[in-house]
Write a protein that binds this ligand. Structure first.
Ligand code: TXA
Ligand code: MG
Length: 363
């Protein structure tokens, strides 16, 4: 499938400014209406959009991303007007979530209506919906006059794109256009919550944390990784949409989690070991962790600094960039700092680090 499709389409690059915003959005909307594919920024990560109600258009997303068929897409909406066309039996709690977190980084999974094609929902009877907090996708959905199927705009198995250059690296020649609207403000994908079950299940952590969700709708159950769920709580079964692995760099990512001093010592020891084995090693560190190392020692290796541990915002924004930069260096091993505080956005950051890692050490 991909051999035929790969690198054949001419991909246009639109750079948005105040002056050309209208013209570019009209042109991009026309591409969507014709059944084409357009990548654009959102506040979480860049998305690859197509008319979510047009099966032929949606098929192009799967082909361009080499996304396994059956992995459901979610839809972006610009208002609640057409919700009733897309979803049904919407629980009252879902409306409360929309009141609290839309527009924003929360994807709400609801029972789908027949209007949504099976290819979009991966043959599931449910569909994820999100109203993004970014004027480009909001305008694009509005002008295209249809909800946009919009997964992250990366090749399947690569880190999600937080910059237009990431999209171009993965999808040039495979999609019709990329709108460059600058860096994604959050840098990690949205929180996904399944509202078709009771209590609701959080399928993916994101910028909207468990505590925030529970303040609005009461008890929810996290469904990502045993060690990430709250202590003593049984894990729900793996749900559709979680079966597919993400964020797999070519280098082996070795994550060290724990208190910062111990993490630094462990990374130091692991670095020694891997170097002795003749491995090429890169480091993905917070500023504070990097501070434990002598600068000559750091400069001898590829090192990407994620920013301060004090707030997870900067590290969240820079994580996927860091994985991409290090992965382009032909490294054998990436030693990653897991000393971040595991609450709110920090939980999402650690979740993505864990998904990228093939080896984890707790110290
Ligand atoms: O922040 C985001 O959500 C970004 C931006 C572009 O909007 N989009 C994004 O899409 O990350 P994607 O397709 O890469 O991730 C959506 C996640 C996937 O894990 C998918 O399997 C899950 O949501 N999902 C979508 N629909 C679902 C459904 N009906 N049931 C369960 N999981 C679903
Ligand atoms: Mg994705």
């Amino acid at each position: 499938m991909q051999a035929e499709n790969g690198n054949k389409t001419k991909t246009r690059l639109f750079r948005v400014s105040e002056e050309n915003f209208d013209a570019i959005l009209d042109e991009a909307a026309a591409i969507i209406r014709r059944g084409g594919t357009v990548a654009f920024p959102t506040e979480t990560v860049y998305g690859l959009g197509a008319d979510g109600l047009n099966p032929d258009a949606v098929r192009k997303i799967f082909e361009a991303k080499e996304r396994p068929p059956g992995n459901p897409l979610s839809l972006l909406v610009h208002s609640r007007e057409d919700l009733g066309k897309i979803a049904k039996n919407i629980p009252e709690k879902a409306f409360r979530l929309m009141d609290a977190f839309w527009p924003g980084p929360l994807t709400i999974v609801l029972e789908k209506n027949d209007l949504v094609p099976e290819i979009t929902s991966g043959n599931l009877t449910s569909i994820g919906l999100r109203m993004p907090d970014h004027r480009i996708p909001l305008e694009l959905v509005k002008r295209a006059g249809t909800p946009l199927a919009a997964p992250s705009a990366n090749l399947s198995g690569k880190p999600s794109p937080s910059l237009a250059s990431h999209v171009l690296a993965d999808l040039t020649g495979r999609i019709d256009a990329v709108i460059d609207g600058g860096g994604a403000a959050i840098g990690l994908e949205s929180t996904v919550i399944d509202m078709t079950v009771e209590p609701p299940v959080v399928l993916r952590p994101g910028a909207v944390g468990i505590d925030e969700l529970e303040r609005v709708i009461g008890k929810v159950r996290p469904a990502y990784g045993e060690s990430e769920a709250r202590a003593g709580e049984a894990m729900p079964e793996k749900k559709a949409g979680q079966k597919y692995s993400h964020y797999a760099p070519d280098a082996q990512v070795v994550l060290v989690e724990g208190e910062i001093r111990k993490v630094s010592e462990k990374i130091d020891a692991l670095l020694e070991n891997y170097l002795r084995e003749g491995k090429k090693v890169g480091l993905l560190l917070s500023d504070e962790t990097a501070g434990f190392f002598a600068s000559e020692r750091l400069s001898a290796h590829e090192c990407f600094l994620l920013g301060s541990r004090k707030g997870p915002e900067e590290a969240a924004r820079r994580l996927f960039e860091g994985l991409r930069v290090l992965d382009a260096k032909g490294l054998d091993v990436i030693l990653a700092d897991g000393s971040f505080n595991p609450s709110g956005l920090g939980a999402a950051l650690l979740n993505r680090l864990r998904e990228a890692a093939s080896v984890r050490h707790a110290v």
